[in-house]
Design a protein around this ligand. Structure first.
Ligand code: GDP
Ligand code: MG
Length: 335
């Protein structure tokens, strides 16, 4: 690694480049919920405050006592990136970029890092594909407690607000409470629900939901699933069965297998994604609870490790706390 000659550090006035760029273009904005673009960004920034504190606060701390880009500074940076759950591999990649860059001024590190992080996130930003099929069937999977049911409620609300007819399938049949919770969300979201008895065959529920959707002219179908089973039945086998049942009624469905990951579980989320993807072919990710963690760097780790589009982020427990992932705005809100 070659380091440039040292330069005096400038006073840190790096405060609002993020706001400036975020207010610019509107082409990534929310398409379903009528929310002004600056409203989207403001809320995102607000909810990411814990992670931003780790990131930006950490940078400022390093830069306040480092005047030149040297091995020490790069090590501190690497440590900071790893602490924020960016993953060792990704952290090393970013630090290497800085080391091999032509920059010599510590003030140039942050903008470079932002650009590099954006280049990791941007390819994983999905185009909006909400209207491709009718009915469009989304099978929602993930381990217990990651936020499947909540995300379904939020997605249903977005879709009904935009005038779509939504039907939810209660295919997590292993606890009566799971069905009740889903009914509450369906009610809030003004969506209909198809449910069977507790312990009913989840694949049968999924099948009936999609059949009903076809009969009723539904636009969007959301299938809730279990994340853990009480019986000896293998979860992945059960989920595969649900997926097959869905495609029996519409051959190219489910159009989306949406995996819900909990940002607070850190690197664990990456291993979950690998497991679910291997079994089911995950087509999109939603990362929840970004409001509740200082380790939002996991977003970068996930986008760098998995080549699966990150479609949504959950930034709170309320019905409107789901955003379509926007790489540029995310980076601006983060650093
Ligand atoms: P499931 O077991 O995967 O269906 O998970 P749930 O939807 O029941 O959610 C588990 C818990 O996570 C609930 O208390 C939710 O309110 C909470 N939760 C879900 N998404 C978010 C989010 O984006 N932010 C926060 N703070 N909590 C969330
Ligand atoms: Mg649930």
């Amino acid at each position: 690694m070659i380091f440039r000659k040292s330069k005096k550090i400038k006073t840190d006035t790096e405060t609002s480049s993020s706001e400036i760029s975020a207010n610019g273009t509107g082409d990534h904005d929310e398409q379903v919920v009528a929310e002004p673009s600056d409203g989207y960004f403001k809320r995102l920034r607000d909810r990411l405050s814990k992670t931003r504190k780790t990131f930006s606060g950490g940078f400022d701390k390093i830069f306040s006592h480092k005047q030149k880009i040297d091995e020490d500074l790069l090590e501190e940076l690497e440590e900071l990136l790893i602490t924020s759950d960016i993953g060792v591999h990704t952290a090393l990649k970013l630090v290497d970029k800085i080391a091999s860059s032509k920059i010599s001024d510590v003030d140039e590190i942050k903008p470079l890092l932002k650009a590099e992080i954006l280049s990791i996130l941007a390819p994983q930003t999905a185009e909006s594909d909400e209207t491709l099929a009718s009915p469009r069937v989304i099978m929602v999977v993930g381990v217990n407690g990651t936020g499947k049911t909540t995300t379904i409620g939020k997605l249903a609300a977005r879709a009904s607000q935009s005038g779509q007819k939504v039907l939810i399938g209660a295919a997590d049949t292993f606890r009566a409470a799971a069905i009740d919770q889903l009914m509450i969300w369906a009610d809030r979201a003004k969506a209909d629900i198809v449910k069977h008895q507790e312990m009913a065959d989840p694949a049968a529920v999924a099948y009936d939901t999609v059949e009903a959707a076809k009969a009723r002219g539904v636009d969007l179908v959301l299938i809730d699933t279990a994340g853990r089973l009480h019986t000896k039945v293998n979860l992945m086998e059960e989920l595969k069965k649900i997926k097959r049942a869905i495609s029996k009624t519409i051959p190219d469905a489910p159009h989306e297998v949406l995996l819900i990951l909990d940002a607070t579980t850190g690197q664990n989320a990456v291993s979950q994604a690998e497991l679910f993807n291997e079994a089911l072919g995950v087509t999109g990710l939603a990362l929840t609870k970004l409001d509740g963690t200082a380790k939002g760097g996991i977003v970068i780790s996930i986008c760098n490790t998995l080549k699966i589009p990150l479609k949504y982020i959950g930034i709170g427990e309320q019905i409107d706390d789901l955003q379509q992932f926007d790489a540029a705005k995310f980076v601006d809100a983060l650093i």
